[in-house]
Design a protein around this ligand. Structure first.
Ligand code: NAX
Length: 326
């Protein structure tokens, strides 16, 4: 059996946390030969609830669960951590402007970035789920100067999975028939699910659907799926978000399949003309615990305009918090 790895989850007492922790402990994220120690971080008022979650984790008697730490101290939560899933974030309150939301989260993710820098493994892999995920990932990364910026990523996998599922439903094929899906940009309504790269059982997706459906139905349905779930459920996506977080880390740690790729919010190296240093979603392949941006994807004028619009939004988010960045 391998040595246990330490997995930090923030916001662990929240609804995504509740759908996530049991699957990590069961081996769904890192494989069924990889023991884990869970380091659960939440704010002080949530510690009682967190203790209840720990009791339930204990009661599952997971063979791979080698320990559970509950804490409200980021220095304890990130101690020697190998993986971190940053789920906890400040939700938008009544009367809060977008700028206030960005700033409130900048405060949280600056503290966590510093705690990661000071306490975690230098090889830590970080996934930011808490919104605004891409910009929160940027803030975390900028506050952890001793760690490779490539180790900080933002979750676009829920958007990626939604994009696959909607295309499978439209074409009457199985989700497993959909390959090479790309969602570019920001985890927000400006994201661009790009069917020009996708294949359905080997056939280019755009040969199977009408342009009108693609532009006026598909793109808005995928981009606004989160709002549709809130309307239907009265609460935001939780199990599907947790599932996407598991998928993201699993692909990163254990690799993507064959020629296929996944969408990940990663540190831009300037590929496809996207400003360097933004955390932007690109098509990525993963191997040996590392990711690379897939090169050579053909970009039409239609795609270019949408990729730029979502880049522009990320630039504005970065500029709104730039006075708080080191
Ligand atoms: P909940 O409100 O159920 O849980 C959030 C938890 O975070 C709470 O337990 C809270 O006490 C904790 N928390 C707040 N500040 C903290 C801090 N400074 N340190 C540690 N913990 C802290 O929200 P939930 O539904 O679990 O959603 C969590 C986040 O995921 C939200 O920001 C949400 O917007 C975001 N999402 C991101 C998605 C993505 O695709 N990137 C999709 C799903 C989800 O909407």
């Amino acid at each position: 059996m391998k040595q246990p790895v330490r997995v930090t989850v923030t916001g662990a007492a929240g609804q995504i946390g509740y759908a996530l922790l049991f699957r990590i402990a069961s081996g769904a994220m890192l494989g069924d030969d990889q023991p884990v120690i869970l380091q659960l971080l939440d704010i002080t008022p949530a510690l009682d609830a967190l203790e209840g979650v720990k009791m339930e984790l204990d009661d599952c008697a997971f063979p791979l669960l080698a320990g559970v730490v509950c804490t409200d101290d980021p220095n304890v939560g990130f101690k020697d951590s190998d993986y971190a899933l940053l789920v906890g974030a400040r939700p938008r309150g009544p009367g809060m402007e977008r700028k206030d939301l960005l700033e409130a989260n900048a405060a949280i993710f600056s503290v966590q970035g510093k705690a990661i820098n000071d306490n975690a493994s230098k090889n830590i892999k970080v996934l930011v789920v808490g919104n605004p995920a891409n910009t929160n990932a940027l803030i975390t990364q900028r506050n952890a100067p001793d760690i490779d910026p490539r180790n900080f990523t933002a979750m676009m996998r829920l958007d990626h999975n939604r994009a696959k599922s909607q295309l499978a439903a439209k074409t009457g094929k199985a989700v497993s028939d959909i390959k090479n899906m790309t969602v570019w940009g920001n985890h927000s309504a400006t994201q661009y699910p790009d069917l020009s790269t996708a294949k359905v059982a080997g056939t280019p997706a755009l040969e199977l659907v009408e342009q009108d459906w693609y532009e006026n139905d598909y793109i808005p349905t995928v981009a606004q799926r989160g709002a549709a779930i809130i309307k239907a459920r009265g609460a935001s996506s939780a199990a599907s978000a947790a599932n996407a977080a598991i998928d993201h880390v699993r692909s990163w740690a254990l690799g993507t399949e064959g020629d296929d790729w996944v969408s990940m919010g990663v540190y831009s190296d300037g590929s496809y003309g996207i400003a360097e240093g933004l955390i932007y979603s690109f098509p990525c392949r993963c191997k040996n615990g590392d990711w690379e941006i897939v090169q050579g994807v053909e970009i039409s004028e239609f795609s270019q305009a949408r990729m730029k619009a979502t880049e522009q939004e990320l630039t504005e988010e970065r500029d709104a918090v730039s006075h708080l960045l080191p």
